[in-house]
Design a protein around this ligand. Sequence first.
Ligand code: ADP
Ligand code: MG
Length: 491
Amino acid sequence: MGKVGFGVAVGCAVVTCAIAAVLLGRRVQSRRKWRRAVEMLQEFEEGCATSIGRLRQVVDAMAVEMHAGLASDGGSKLRMLLTFVDNLPDGNEKGTYYALDLGGTNFRVLRVQLGGRGSMILSHQVKHHPIPQELMSGTSEDLFDFIARTLKQFVEQEDDGSEQKVDEKKELGFTFSFPVRQMSVSSGILVKWTKGFSVEDAVGKDVARCLEEAMTKAGLNMQVAALVDDIVGTLALCHYYDKDTVAAVVIGTGTNACYVERTDAIIKCQGLLTSSGGTVVNMEWGNFWSSHLPRTSYDIALDDESPNSNDQGFEKMISGMYLGDIARRVLYRMAQEADIFGDDAYNLSIQFIFRTPLMAAMHEDESPDLREVRRILTENLLVRRLIVRVCDIVTRRAARLAAAGIVGILKKIGRDGSGGVASGRTKGTPRRTVVAIEGGLYAHYSMFREYLNEAVVEILGEEVAQNVVLRVSEDGSGIGAALLAAAYSSN
Ligand code: ADP
Ligand code: MG
């Protein structure tokens, strides 16, 4: 070999060694990054642990907080609001009833025809209307006049002459999903607006009377028979079909629950008498908190950066608005500390970019190479598996905590099989207990639903769980309100 040839060979060897060293270095570095990512995953998983022991503590905490919230106003983070609904529809209602559902940028008007015993809902019509932007921050009069005029048009369109007496006052259920201080089943004072509304002169007024005045002005002979929150509508609808229904839970964008309580257990309202001996309590359970809830640094950061920090703690761990963002925070931190995403990490820094349905799509990706995850986030198969794992941890924790919340309600009313005066057993026969569950997270995210159902059985035990039915319910905020109008009709 000549000098030149030798020199080239040495040069090549040096370059090869250098490349090998770089590759080895990268592999070591990438192994180190990977190890860090796996460590972070394990830490997160431990932080989210929901052992059966932990779930039982949450069950007890829920029942204790319910007691406290019923003992005095402000006694608990659970507000335990009286709804004054003490008679739920049971299928015997008859006639034509209307409902108005106002809870966001759209409102719905409905008409329901009920056939009485056995024949159930004969027909129902619904119409959606957007609320003009300027009315959302205008005057109370303009807003309610608009709603009343729209309602009148609907009534005239739908009136097919089937209603017996033309001059008879029509009855309306009004679902108003904003914070209200209820005074009776058909009246309540608006505490504050949320969800983009700021019709300031309505705050402090009875919204049912505002609507009735507007209806009279519009020439509509109609009265508000029931003013309700949407969760109560869901309970009413499910109870209409199944009289064993004792509670309703919504798990969608947000979360809430209501249930039927014995009036003598509501200490903050002593002397409250109802014909049924029970009344529906709106728990506002999104605000539930207990030190037994498994909270991680990601939950704390999410809360700190939210506009309502220190509020709605339970909701922030279990509802659709937040689950995607918890997962995003974990993945983003992995991207920063372990650098496993490369350029894909950029988007992960944006709050709420990772919506819960997207997370569900990745979580439920059953293709062996996780195609859906690749489409959404990354080329690297191992990283894709890691992402699915993160989604699973977040969702499993949420579903199991929601299950513990539900069992907490059952415990409070003696339907959890644990015995006691009001226990679910009369003369040795367990009582069938139905809980209505509504909302997109439970209805459409099958892994969430399975984890929740499974956890309820795990906490209650197979035998007791046989008598507990979790029933997916339709959104009852409209029809449920019309049914309540029927139950409270003065006709
Ligand atoms: P809302 O709570 O606003 O009344 P829904 O009950 O329909 O509305 O719930 C919608 C929420 O449910 C969405 O914000 C989303 O978080 C969640 N969701 C809907 N579909 C899915 C899905 N396929 N997978 C996971 N979450 C879903
Ligand atoms: Mg809803």
